[in-house]
Design a protein. Structure first.
Length: 190
């Protein structure tokens, strides 16, 4: 089984509740480490502006580049559910190595501001998932733009789209994310 996220870009308002809920739940200190990042994508210009948002946790890829890039095998993909986890004790840290961050096309590996910070990232709220609960970013989203579950279930429920404005599907790593992209009006694309 492969777990996956669903992201409805048409519903996301860029409120950052997913990112704040994640930092709060996991006790991530203020600073550069964000397990869920929210990007603002702006296109066009007056009188045809376009704005979309992209919530980006770790997509727990089918073939995660971070796993193969890690020289000390500190990152593994769990065979039972596809969750990519990191052993922070084994990580060499940002001062010695950032191979995982360089390899990931989605910048999911994160490093704190502290000296010798080790890699950290979204773990699909593993402790919540094992209790039968959805990740905190999903339950925290006031617009219900996020969902999570087995990939087949997400595809059955939402379809099989894997791209959105600001998100390019990398067929090499195969991110486990289903999307409902926001449409860019033709007046903006021109």
């Amino acid at each position: 089984m492969q777990l996956a996220f669903y992201f409805d870009q048409t519903r996301c308002t860029g409120c950052f509740t997913c990112a704040v809920a994640c930092k709060d739940w996991h006790d991530i200190p203020a600073g550069p480490a964000n397990w869920v990042r929210v990007s603002t994508i702006e296109k066009g210009k007056y009188p045809n502006p376009f704005v979309a948002f992209l919530a980006a946790p770790c997509y727990h890829c089918a073939e995660p580049a971070c796993v193969t890039a890690c020289p000390v095998d500190a990152i593994v993909k769990r065979p039972e559910d596809g969750i990519v986890i990191v052993n922070r004790e084994a990580c060499l840290g940002k001062d010695s190595c950032q191979s995982c961050l360089e390899a990931c096309p989605y910048q999911a590996p994160q490093f704190g501001a502290e000296e010798a910070a080790t890699m950290q990232k979204c773990d699909f709220c593993l402790e919540r998932w094992t209790e039968g609960k959805k990740p905190i970013c999903v339950t925290g989203c006031p617009m219900r733009a996020l969902d999570a579950g087995p990939l087949e279930e997400m595809e059955t429920k939402y379809g099989k789209l894997h791209h959105a404005v600001g998100l390019v599907y990398d067929s090499k790593v195969q991110p486990a994310v289903i999307t409902k992209p926001k449409s860019v009006p033709q007046s903006v694309e021109a």
